[in-house]
Design a protein around this ligand. Structure first.
Ligand SMILES: [Zn+2]
Length: 354
């Protein structure tokens, strides 16, 4: 029998994913951060939705044979080679939803369909046309179950990552606590199986996990987080804020494409941005300091105009930080900033040579 789902083994804080002769190790939390952030899952979900809506047998009456054919069709459509662990998880998750729906007896199926229709009416992400009559309606019913599992997992991931990284807002913290309470019910987390394999070389049993639910994946990863050597950190790039795993809490920038420059990762790109803006900021502060010096000199040399100069100093103090920010964000040029600084002088003042 073909096993659908993400098959991984776990050892000392590492998830091991094997594909043919290739073995990839992911520190605990890393797979989760990669799977739940970025484009991959959106792409897979869009492909899935399209292939359901364009399924050639969508109007056929639902029979066991048609379900087999549809399952085959979905698996083929998802053989999309991006991030393989995410693809395996999506395939496994969808097939699990299909298996669950097809196994219902007719009485349970009627009640189930009623509940699913109520839920679909309240949630924009879900398909309305669902049922056990045609292949198309059946696939959309399974798709809805797939989406719910994905959304639950994503919400759990965001909450847990925010809490573990120490960056949770009070709202995130409260939402996370709510979700954890729901997880006390073991029926809520579907799709995780443990297989034992006898390793004759090492003369011992090893374990493999078959994960066919996004929520199960999130729970599996986080259950190992406390024993992991890696930490979950939130990216310091203010436009990114993605979660990633790192050896130290002090890591600042993630290894994912940066929103400002998707050709480069945040950890490569953003430190340079910070450095450049610091250099530029220092330069602007120096220009501002010169303007203050000029005004103080004027006040010292012309005590009778002290009141007027104090007004100018106050204006400089109030308006300059905003102008500096405009230069840093590119709205104002350095020359314009200098011209503005130069304009802060007494009307009848003498000409200044700084
Ligand atoms: Zn980032």
């Amino acid at each position: 029998m073909r096993v659908n789902g993400l098959i991984i083994s776990y050892e000392n804080g590492m998830n091991i994913f094997t594909r043919g002769s290739m073995m990839t190790k992911y520190p605990v939390g890393d797979l989760l951060c990669r799977i739940f952030q970025g484009e991959t899952l959106d792409n897979i979900t869009r492909i899935l939705r399209n292939c359901i809506n364009y399924c050639p047998m969508k109007d056929n009456i639902l029979t066991q044979d048609e379900i087999e054919a549809a399952e085959h069709y979905i698996l083929e459509a998802l053989l999309y080679d991006d991030f393989i662990p995410a693809q395996r998880l999506a395939q496994g998750s969808f097939v699990r939803c299909m298996e669950r729906c097809r196994a219902l007896d007719s009485k349970t199926a009627t009640r189930f369909l009623y509940e699913e229709r109520v839920r679909a009416a309240m949630n924009d992400m879900l398909e309305i046309e669902i049922g056990f009559d045609t292949v198309g309606n059946f696939l959309r019913l399974c798709y809805n179950n797939y989406i719910i599992d994905l959304c639950n997992a994503h919400a759990l991931f965001i909450g847990m990552a925010a809490v573990k990284s120490g960056t949770a807002s009070p709202e995130e913290r409260a939402a996370f606590d709510e979700r954890c309470k729901l997880l006390h019910n073991s029926d809520v987390v579907p799709g995780i199986e443990m297989h034992t394999i006898y390793d004759s070389d090492r003369e011992e049993f090893t374990y493999q996990y078959v994960i066919s639910s996004f929520l199960a994946m999130a729970v599996f990863e986080f259950s190992h987080l406390t024993e992991a050597a890696t930490k979950v950190v939130r990216c310091h790039n203010p436009e990114c804020h993605k979660f990633f795993t790192a050896k130290r809490n002090s890591a600042k920038y993630c290894p994912f494409p940066s929103p400002q420059n998707p050709g480069r990762t945040c950890n490569d790109y953003y430190p340079q941005v910070v450095y450049r803006s610091k250099v530029k900021g220092d330069e602007l502060k120096k220009m501002e300091k010169n303007a203050y010096c000029r005004l103080y000199n004027d006040k010292r040399r012309n005590p009778e105009a002290a009141g007027e100069v104090d007004e100018l100093l106050r204006m400089l103090q109030i308006e300059s930080p905003g102008k500096r920010d405009s230069v840093l964000s590119g709205e104002l040029s350095k020359t314009e900033y200098q011209a503005w600084l130069n304009s802060i002088r007494r009307e009848k003042g003498r000409s200044y040579n700084e």
